[in-house]
Design a protein around this ligand. Structure first.
Ligand SMILES: Nc1ncnc2c1ncn2[C@@H]1O[C@H](COP(=O)(O)OP(=O)(O)OP(=O)(O)O)[C@@H](O)[C@H]1O
Length: 278
């Protein structure tokens, strides 16, 4: 089955508000796309458009070569799982109930999740090291715990593609590494068939760690796309984030991005993001 997700000349935004345009990208099982860009540049808006949650303002999204706009909600949910930024629901669901929601698109109409769905949901929680939270009230979990539950929900959905909006944002150092390893494993086929994963992050080092294809965004447009070594240069990162950044190689051979605090790159205007602390 062809489950590639593609954006062609995509324009994104909200009624009366254009956020971005001219966006082309493609995600196939086995691939990892890492979306980087400053706050407010349109990453979440792009994800919501790729998922069909808001309509494209121009161009189109194709799922398996067919227009996403023509696909039914359940069909999209069987192809693409979504890990939104962690939020608290208005009702006190158990963490297990939240994960079971990932099974909805797999169930016949009007039927309740069964023993197998429960087993899959519990396995997803265990895989992320939070099996002990299954009966906990989701609304009382920490931001990072909620984020892990939402990732478990996406795993339980058993889709070939996964869209993850800042999946490591609230996680501690160890859980960030665990989730990155999980993403690499999913794309590598550790859970069975290789998945295609697109994630957004504010940490460019994650793109190096994952060896992911990078999509660098600014103001709703794609500035550069390709291998992290080619795209994530000090110059490109300095331009996009408005702070001087150098990219250096560690003794172990890994590239890391280092923002220099207190100095601006030549020609950069003063920005509230630049801290003059030197
Ligand atoms: N429902 C909405 N209606 C109108 N504008 C919106 C809506 N939601 C978001 N926006 C605007 O769209 C722009 C892009 O927001 P978006 O959340 O896509 O950015 P982002 O790159 O994901 O940001 P961050 O890195 O801070 O999460 C912002 O200016 C935001 O104010």
């Amino acid at each position: 089955m062809d489950v590639r997700l593609a954006a062609q000349g995509l324009a994104i935004g909200y009624p009366g508000r254009r956020i971005g345009a001219g966006i082309d990208l493609e995600l196939a099982p086995g691939g990892i796309l890492c979306l980087l860009g400053p706050n407010g540049c349109g990453k979440t808006t792009l994800f919501r458009t790729l998922l069909g949650l808001i309509p494209a303002q121009g161009g189109e999204v194709l799922l398996g070569g067919r227009p996403l706009a023509a696909a039914r909600r359940a069909e999209i949910a069987r192809a693409i799982a979504y890990v939104p930024q962690a939020h608290a629901p208005p009702f006190p669901y158990r963490a297990l109930d939240i994960v079971l929601m990932g099974r909805t698109a797999r169930l016949p109409a009007l039927s309740q999740p069964g023993a197998r769905d429960r087993e899959i949901a519990l396995r997803a929680l265990d895989r992320l090291g939070i099996g002990d939270l299954a009966q906990a009230d989701y609304s009382r979990l920490s931001g990072g715990q909620r984020q892990l539950v939402l990732i478990a929900r996406a795993l339980a959905q058993e889709t070939p593609l996964m869209v993850m909006d800042e999946p490591t944002a609230s996680l501690d150092f160890g859980n960030q590494a665990r989730v990155l390893a999980e993403i690499a494993g999913l794309a590598g086929g550790a859970g069975g068939e290789p998945l295609g994963v697109v994630l957004s992050t504010h940490d460019p080092d994650q793109a190096f760690a994952l060896g992911a294809e990078v999509v660098l965004m600014k103001e709703g447009r794609i500035l550069a796309r390709g291998r992290p070594e080619a795209v994530l240069t000090g110059e490109a990162l300095s331009t996009v984030y408005g702070v001087p950044v150098s990219v250096e190689r560690t003794e172990g051979g890994r590239l890391v991005c280092l923002p220099a605090l207190g100095r601006r790159p030549p020609g950069q205007a003063a920005s509230p993001e630049v801290m003059d602390i030197a």
